[in-house]
Design a protein around this ligand. Structure first.
Ligand code: BG6
Length: 492
């Protein structure tokens, strides 16, 4: 790894949604923490006709939406703004890349990061033009936002085009879930401690549940979302990366390819879909009007930018299986959706009960489970059974019934709230050239291969099932897991 003294970060889509919601706040935090190399420029690129001063004012106005301590003071913003520059570009025009080349030559920074926060349909053309303008040399790193393509063929086409002009180690395919502190801690828990490894297998684990629930609707991204849907937006990438993190074998070391090789093996071991398993183990839904934050909210079809006859799913629940020695027969339930009952992302590892019960345990819930909380809380919970010392109840045989108690590790409390956020960590990793938390092309293709039968089947079925905003999705999702004699965690 090489730590640069100076960098230019070119942000294609510099006035877009991602830039101001995630990237600018993350860059500001990195700047505030002194983590950005001193000699740096952030060059916003978009089609609008803006001067540097106007771009700085635009970014400053957007920071007003940032809450609490993360919002910069006027003084702090002024210092940060020195890094911000703007270049108007039409990404289809080669001449505009020549102007970008001139801008970059003024500085000749150690590292040039090209962050493509644009529509994926522009990736191939942009990367090809970057290379044609002589900007694809070894000090260039290109960041590609998800979703990369809309199916396996388009993903392969993008990866092939990128591969013709850049080396794989120059390509940073971002999945910001891998940058979340709790995902780092999942790796640390699994591979830094020997405690769980002997239990981390089919003999001791009954099932694993991965939930990424959002309470927000599609907000201002209707047009994008309607073309994308929850399967492509969340399952193909974030949910499958979480599944890999929880199911992968211990890598031989912490280097990028060692990690990525093991994740790839998990994706390759996912049991392929069949006509029958899609019918039984895949549910999709679309939200209708309901409530969020105690207020009435409209349904998906009434949101701005949505085709009123849209069949796009805003909810997906799946039952997956990993066909290898460690996991054969263990169901992995994956669930994600918009406008669900709360913002809640977690992985629950449900352990099997004792082989022979001498105590009375509470009915329903798995006796022992490990919960990896991703958000809004960030930490680990270990659920155990204990004797309720204050209970005077006795069973017929004189023993006290057991109650569930939990060991609760809250990383926010333990390490403070000033921890490095996902995008901040990942942006710093790109600048430093660390690929560990980025997705390799073969991983991505394998994930597309696995979801593709669902995409095809859903084109011709009766459409997504409705669920009211503010609930946990369509009843078919509960019915799917109930067929295994189980219930989603909030139903237990
Ligand atoms: C993005 C999706 O990748 O992740 C969005 O495109 C989603 O639709 C977002 O809202 C969720 O990220 P987070 O970090 O807020 O859980």
């Amino acid at each position: 790894m090489f730590c640069p003294m100076s960098f230019d970060l070119v942000l294609f889509g510099g006035t877009g949604d991602l830039a101001w919601r995630k990237l600018m706040p993350a860059l500001f935090q990195a700047f505030r923490h002194g983590s950005l190399p001193a000699g740096g420029r952030i060059i916003g690129v978009a089609r609008d006709d803006l001067s540097d001063a106007q771009y700085r004012a635009l970014i400053q106005s957007r920071f007003k939406a940032v809450e609490g301590a993360k919002r910069p003071s006027a003084e702090e913003f002024e210092k940060f703004a020195d890094l911000l520059h703007y270049l108007r570009m039409d990404l289809s025009k080669p001449a505009d890349y020549e102007r970008l080349a001139q801008t970059l030559q003024q500085r000749d920074a150690d590292t040039v990061v090209m962050y493509l926060a644009t529509a994926p349909s522009l990736f191939t053309q942009t990367v090809e033009r970057i290379a044609a303008a002589g900007l694809g040399g070894p000090k260039t790193r290109v960041v590609l936002e998800k979703p990369l393509g809309h199916d396996l063929a388009s993903n392969r086409a993008i990866n092939a085009a990128v591969g013709r002009v850049l080396k794989e180690e120059q390509v940073f395919r971002i999945d910001h879930y891998l940058g979340k502190p709790s995902v780092q801690n999942l790796f640390a828990m699994r591979f830094g401690n020997a405690l769980f490894e002997p239990l981390w297998r089919r003999e001791y684990i009954a099932s694993i549940e991965i939930t990424i629930a959002e309470d927000l609707g599609v907000e201002k991204r209707g047009a994008f979302y309607d073309q994308t849907g929850a399967l492509r937006d969340m399952v193909q990438n974030h949910a499958l990366q979480l599944l890999c993190a929880v199911a992968m074998e211990p890598p031989i070391n912490a280097h990028a390819d060692a990690l990525r090789d093991e994740k790839l093996k998990v994706l390759r071991s996912l049991k392929p879909w069949t006509h029958e398993s899609i019918g039984m183990h895949a549910v999709r839904g679309q939200y209708t009007a309901g409530t969020a934050y105690g207020e009435r909210v409209q349904g998906y079809l009434q949101e701005p930018g949505i085709d009123p006859a849209s069949r796009t799913e805003t909810f997906v629940a799946l039952r997956a299986e990993i066909a290898n020695w460690r996991w054969a027969g263990v169901p992995f339930y994956i669930r994600t959706g918009k406008r669900l009952a709360s913002r809640d992302a977690r992985i629950e590892v449900n352990f099997k009960p004792t082989p022979h019960a001498i105590f009375r345990a509470p009915a329903g819930a798995s006796a022992n489970k490990l919960v990896i909380n991703l958000q809004p809380k960030d930490g680990l919970e270990l659920h155990l059974l204990a004797q309720a010392q204050n209970s005077r109840k006795r069973s017929g045989d004189g023993t006290q019934p057991l109650a569930t108690v939990q060991l609760d590790l809250d990383f926010g409390q333990r390490f403070g709230t000033e921890r490095v956020g996902a995008y901040e960590r990942l942006l710093l990793d790109v600048i430093d050239g660390r690929l560990n938390l980025f997705v390799r092309s073969d991983e991505q293709e394998e994930a597309w291969r696995w979801v593709e039968p669902l995409i095809e089947a859903w084109q011709n079925d009766s459409g997504p099932r409705p669920y009211a905003a503010g609930t946990w999705g369509p009843s078919a999702s509960s019915a799917m897991i109930a067929r295994d004699g189980l219930a989603w965690s909030e139903e237990q």
